[in-house]
Design a protein around this ligand. Structure first.
Ligand code: KG4
Ligand code: ZN
Length: 334
């Protein structure tokens, strides 16, 4: 069978990335230009600044990727692009680049939903086995999704308010840690004890989550301690927060696996990089005898490798977009 090479482009938030993936599983070349150092001065991503940096970086990143792979556009079978969800100005930069390449080199254009990209980051680790449950934990999403086959997404639950990554970042900001705070909270949490009492949110029968109450509880607790001039033990607060946030994810994930009789679990999105979550998932694997996949650390946060991998399976299913494809700031997972 002929090998298929997909060139993926991702620019939905603050990473400009291009990658070439062979047959949906082999990373031939990945280039990521991160804007973290720019946005951390503002405590979060500033959309207008992000778009401008994508414009500056996009052609450099594409050229570097082809060079790294020692390939040219003649070797590429199709172009996969994140069309949404994300920051509209940022998305448009990648989309216009992808459309231009598709037009000039006469290549198929494959539209990829950003969360499908995070899910398919797992196919870079090993072949997906169905039915599976995907626990999606990113800066903008927290969802439980059942997949009976490739691109058959059935969302069974999601956050009613904040996404888990958003909550990590906010808590980090409150205790004075730099953006993005998720990794810093995760690191601090390894050093503390869960001494602060915080409630596990939304302990109901649904597969939904809620993190805004937990976020407010941490803000209020921090405020109260500051007012009383009591020192906040940052490591203990990080540990207490992370424990409750992860317990909440695990309780619902466990119930979804048991009630739907699913043994294959994958984790997707930036928060999949959390050591605390990885340990909790490993425990769950042992308890329920699961087949688990978690992306390598480098594929957890935003990258074009996952978009090219997702693009491969979309390509095989005959999914194509024409040059009228537009960016979407929000869209149903499809
Ligand atoms: O998937 P992602 O790169 O972007 C979105 O699609 O939203 O996720 C970014 C989120 C941020 O909120 C970041 O703080 C969080 O993932 N994150 C982590 C870790 N690494 C990144 N959260 C907890 N522990 C980590 N190690
Ligand atoms: Zn993402």
């Amino acid at each position: 069978m002929k090998d298929i090479y997909i060139l993926g482009i991702e620019s939905s938030c603050d990473e400009t990335s291009c990658a070439i993936v062979k047959n949906g599983k082999e990373d031939i070349a990945t280039v990521i230009a991160s804007q973290i150092d720019i946005h951390k001065n503002f405590g979060g991503v500033v959309p207008e600044i992000a778009s401008r940096h994508h414009i500056k970086n996009i052609t450099i990143v594409i050229e570097e990727c082809l060079e790294k792979a020692n390939m040219n556009m003649d070797n590429i079978d199709a172009i996969a692009i994140t069309y949404g969800p994300g920051l509209i100005g940022s998305l448009l930069v990648g989309l216009e680049a992808a459309k231009t390449l598709a037009y000039i080199y006469n290549k198929p254009l494959i539209p990829v939903h950003h969360i499908a990209g995070h899910i398919y980051a797992n196919s870079l680790e090993k072949e997906m086995e169905f039915p599976l449950l995907a626990l999606v934990v990113s800066g903008g999403h927290t969802e439980l999704v059942i997949m009976e086959d490739h691109y058959k997404f059935k969302k069974i639950g999601g956050t009613l308010d904040d996404a888990i990554g958003e909550c990590y970042d906010k808590v980090a900001r409150v205790i004075g840690l730099e953006y993005p705070g998720g990794p810093k909270i995760d690191k601090l949490a390894q050093q503390g004890k869960p001494t602060y009492s915080l409630p596990i949110p939304l302990q109901d029968d649904s597969y939904n989550f809620s993190f805004s109450g937990l976020k407010s509880a941490v803000i209020n607790l921090n405020h109260k301690l500051n007012q009383r001039k009591e020192e906040v033990n940052k490591a203990d607060l990080a540990t207490s927060f992370q424990k409750v946030a992860i317990d909440s994810l695990i309780i619902k994930t466990k119930r979804a696996l048991i009630q739907n009789n699913i043994k294959n679990l994958i984790v997707a999105g930036g928060v999949a990089a959390s050591q605390g979550l990885r340990e909790a998932i490993a425990k769950l694997q042992e308890e329920l005898n699961l087949n688990i996949t978690i992306p390598s650390m480098k594929y957890c946060t935003d990258n074009a490798t996952m978009i090219a991998a997702a693009g491969y399976y979309a390509y095989k299913l005959g999914r194509r977009a024409d040059l009228s494809l537009n960016s979407k700031s929000s869209d149903k997972l499809q």
